[in-house]
Design a protein around this ligand. Structure first.
Ligand SMILES: Nc1ncnc2c1ncn2[C@@H]1O[C@H](COP(=O)(O)OP(=O)(O)OP(=O)(O)O)[C@@H](O)[C@H]1O
Ligand SMILES: [Mg+2]
Length: 397
């Protein structure tokens, strides 16, 4: 059920139609308060433009504290990026142009789905992880990469994030940098209200608070910055913004895990510049190994230090004629982890529950947990994080 507050209900019919079948309209703040008091499991409040921006923000701020699972959707006649930034900071979940009825429908549905999921999980929406002390060193950035698609990047990234938060003493943020085809949200059964695409709209005022508004909480200790829901939105995201977001996230979280697409895109290089540990995935087939070898050569050229590279062999027990010794010899690097192949992995993906959670004692879960503990305790980047490509350009002169 959704409640619509419209102080000027003369044109509310179209809105009510767009919001859906179970909507109740109220026409004053008092009526809204009374309705919410009588309906403690209400999911969504939609505020029509007639409510006004300041009262809408006040209400969202109050609801965030008093009823965190309740989502506030603000409708406006015009939505611009500065309004979007302010609204996110105030705790509004969605700001939508009221004339765009299809988007109104989608926004209300997303907010309702999120609220239902939070209730099912038995934990209320908690957008803000506990603030880290300003004098704490930045959290570690772990980037999962392979230049060949389908090697298991998303599988490793999602499971690693969950495994690292299991002990309860780490706050982890998983960033889906596969901006065109990211599937972290699907693999973790999340319904993001905001994605990295929204960061482009508020980049001028991107502080901790607005970044928290963009995150989706998966489970205690695990937050996700999801990839855009429409592949086209990636075009509006500047690579510099990715660097800015990751620096800021590493100040807010103990560990930031980055899932990537299978390409050295500008976004990926922006993440590489800040990465503490590179988790490079190989599988036991010649094309994957050739690609990884080329990746390592490129990373060498770009001056990403070798001591931060970790090769992870996925489906390590596949009987395909190549041995682990041959792989190590070809790459001239030791294999840091060997994740076995198991049908339980795609099954867990289809269920939307990472295998480390779904089957904590499974050999795949044990190996990912072991890898996580080892990389999380490695020292952070020495000498600060710089733009390594600048270094490369200097080297090339
Ligand atoms: N160890 C494993 N055993 C069995 N299946 C696996 C294993 N690791 C990954 N898979 C399966 O392989 C497929 C591809 O995995 P995943 O999506 O993690 O790869 P990816 O590198 O992120 O792909 P893309 O490049 O498309 O983003 C998925 O169906 C996943 O369930
Ligand atoms: Mg992937």
């Amino acid at each position: 059920m959704t409640v619509l507050l419209d102080l000027d209900p003369r044109q509310a019919d179209a809105l009510i139609g767009a919001i859906g079948p179970n909507v109740r309209m109220v026409t004053s703040f008092d009526a809204l308060e009374a309705y919410l008091a009588a309906n403690p499991s209400e999911y969504v409040v939609v505020l029509a433009p007639s409510v006004g921006i300041a009262p809408a923000f006040d209400l969202a701020e109050r609801m965030r504290v008093e009823r965190p699972a309740l989502g506030v959707v603000l409708l406006q006649d015009r939505v611009d990026t500065s309004l979007l930034g302010d609204a996110l900071r105030a705790g509004v979940r969605e700001v939508v142009d009221q004339r765009d009825l299809a988007t109104v429908t989608m926004a209300v549905r997303r907010v309702a789905e999120l609220a239902t999921r939070m209730r099912e999980r038995g934990h209320e929406y908690e957008p803000a992880p506990p603030a880290r002390d300003a004098d704490q060193p930045p959290g570690k950035i772990l980037t999962v990469f392979s230049a060949k698609g389908g090697c298991g990047k998303t599988t490793l990234a999602t499971n690693l994030a969950v495994a690292l938060a299991e002990s309860g003493d780490r706050e982890v943020c998983l960033v889906d940098l596969d901006l065109h085809f990211g599937d972290v949200a699907i693999a973790m059964q999340l319904y993001p209200v905001h994605t990295i695409a929204d960061a482009a709209g508020v980049s001028g005022t991107l502080d901790d608070f607005s970044i928290r508004g963009l995150l989706t909480v998966h489970s205690p200790g695990v937050s996700v910055l999801a990839a855009p829901l429409e592949p086209g939105s990636a075009e509006s995201i500047p690579a510099a913004l990715v660097g800015h977001l990751l620096s800021q996230l590493s100040a807010m979280f103990d560990v930031v895990v980055v899932d990537t697409p299978a390409a050295f895109s500008d976004f990926v290089l922006a993440a590489f510049d800040l990465t503490d540990v590179f988790l490079l995935i190989a599988t036991l087939d010649i094309p994957a190994l050739k690609n990884l070898k080329l990746t390592l050569e490129t990373m060498d050229l770009l001056n990403y230090p070798r001591e931060r590279w970790r090769v992870v062999l996925n489906r390590a027990d596949s009987k395909v004629g190549l041995t682990i010794t041959e792989v190590e010899k070809t790459l001239r690097l030791p294999i840091s982890a060997q994740i076995p192949s198991s049908r339980a992995v795609p099954v867990s993906v289809n269920r939307g529950v990472p295998i480390v959670q779904d089957d904590p004692g499974h050999p795949v879960s044990l190996e990912i947990r072991r890898l996580g503990e080892r990389v999380a305790t490695l020292p952070s980047q020495a000498g600060g994080r710089g733009d390594r490509r600048r270094l490369l350009r200097r080297k090339a002169r």
